[in-house]
Ligand binder design. Structure first.
Ligand SMILES: *Cc1c(COP(=O)(O)O)cnc(C)c1O
Length: 375
């Protein structure tokens, strides 16, 4: 069986874990946490980077930093993972879902513009499959209406929009290091703070509402409880594992990009016959091969193809059930405008196996069976 996903292991993880254990410092903000944060800061140019236990936690920190009050609205795509919505719903915000651009499956900037009201506090963008949203018009809209831009860049580590790293464009950006993502620590994430005004409060929120970080840095002579907050920092063990992955990121990325291209080229003929569609990457976006998907004719054909591939030992999968049609989404928000693409496109999108240890021969095998299915 070719699994759908397998986390990458690059070889240095165990020795860094041993080193963390020998350091006798296992809680957060130790040597490896600092190493990871500096690495991400240098690569992205973010003002500050804080590791978090997950991307979900980083998004929750964003919602606290936005100082949302009940009645405030945030605009987000319906085609996303529940965490994108939960973080803001937890702070009492109303969710305003908008439609996507079918080419990239990313939120449509024109739909966002139409959804802005007096209550709108922020735009939550999701860079689906590591391909950037159209950030220039979104940032302009945000500026004109004084809105926060939060990037859910869970899938966007190492991707760019017009040379800018994803996660480093909006006021705040969130990364995921879950084992289903390109780079992993099992569970993990990071908050990228691009607006300098938000740095100090972010550090406090992450440290249970205390100014402990300022104390450690020598800015204050004692630390105390100064704001609301939670425990938004991961253990050194996760950071040690993550640092090994960051150090090998080029190896992981080159492998994934090459497998992605192999799928893309291998499936060209099936697309030319009009049977499927392959992903679209706009010319001004560089992607990270987070995902390879195809679009079938419709829901029924997709179900048949999943079963066909499963019978041949290939685990292909789909997601997301649009949030606005789920139980929680109906209660906590509304869809603004017409759902022209979200439901229709989500029903025909199929994800193929793509992970570090996947072999080129296995990609050939999968491509071959998709050809067979359509002939
Ligand atoms: C994976 C993912 C998340 C959640 O990441 P965790 O690190 O598991 O919390 C959030 N948003 C999107 C778009 C994701 O793909």
């Amino acid at each position: 069986m070719i699994p759908f996903n397998q986390p990458a292991v690059t070889g240095q993880e165990l020795s860094y874990l041993e080193e963390a254990i020998k350091n006798r410092k296992l809680c957060g903000d130790g040597y490896f946490t600092e190493k990871c944060q500096d690495w991400i800061k240098n690569r992205t140019g973010a003002e500050q980077v804080l590791l978090t236990p997950s991307c979900t936690h980083a998004l929750e920190m964003c919602a606290v930093l936005m100082e949302l009050v009940p009645g405030d609205e945030v605009i987000l795509p319906s085609y996303t993972f529940s965490s994108t919505a939960n973080a803001f719903a937890l702070r009492g915000a109303r969710l305003v879902f908008v439609d996507i651009d079918p080419a990239t499956m990313n939120m449509d900037a024109r739909a966002v513009e139409q959804a802005i009201t007096e209550q709108t506090k922020g735009i939550i963008v999701v860079h689906y499959a590591g391909v950037a949203c159209e950030m220039a018009p979104l940032m302009e809209l945000a500026k004109a209406h004084s809105l926060f831009v939060i990037e859910d860049a869970a899938q966007g580590v190492m991707s760019h929009y017009r040379e800018q790293p994803l996660g480093a464009i909006g006021h705040l950006g969130c990364y995921s290091f879950h084992e289903t993502k390109n780079i992993t620590s099992g569970e993990g994430g990071a908050l990228l703070i691009n607006d300098p005004k938000l740095v100090e409060r972010a550090e406090i929120i992450r440290e249970k509402g205390t100014n402990r970080r300022r104390f450690i840095q020598g800015y204050v002579d004692k630390y105390s409880w100064v704001d609301i907050g939670s425990s938004f920092l991961p253990s050194e063990l996760n950071a040690a594992f993550l640092y090994a992955q960051l150090e090998h990121i080029e190896v992981i990325q080159n492998k994934r990009l090459s497998l992605w291209s192999q799928y893309y080229e291998g499936l060209q003929k099936v697309q030319e016959k009009g049977c499927i569609e392959r992903p679209v990457v706009p010319p001004h976006c560089s992607h990270n091969a987070h995902m390879f998907y195809i679009k079938t004719k419709d829901y029924q054909e997709r179900s048949q193809l999943i079963a066909y591939l499963k019978d041949r030992g290939i685990a292909a999968t789909f997601h997301y059930i649009p949030l606005h049609s789920s139980d929680a989404g109906r209660q906590l928000g509304r869809f603004h405008g017409v759902d022209r693409y979200t439901t229709k496109e989500s029903e025909r999108l199929l994800r193929l196996p793509l992970y570090y240890d996947l072999q080129p021969e296995e990609v050939d095998y999968i491509v071959q069976h998709i050809h067979c299915f359509y002939s």
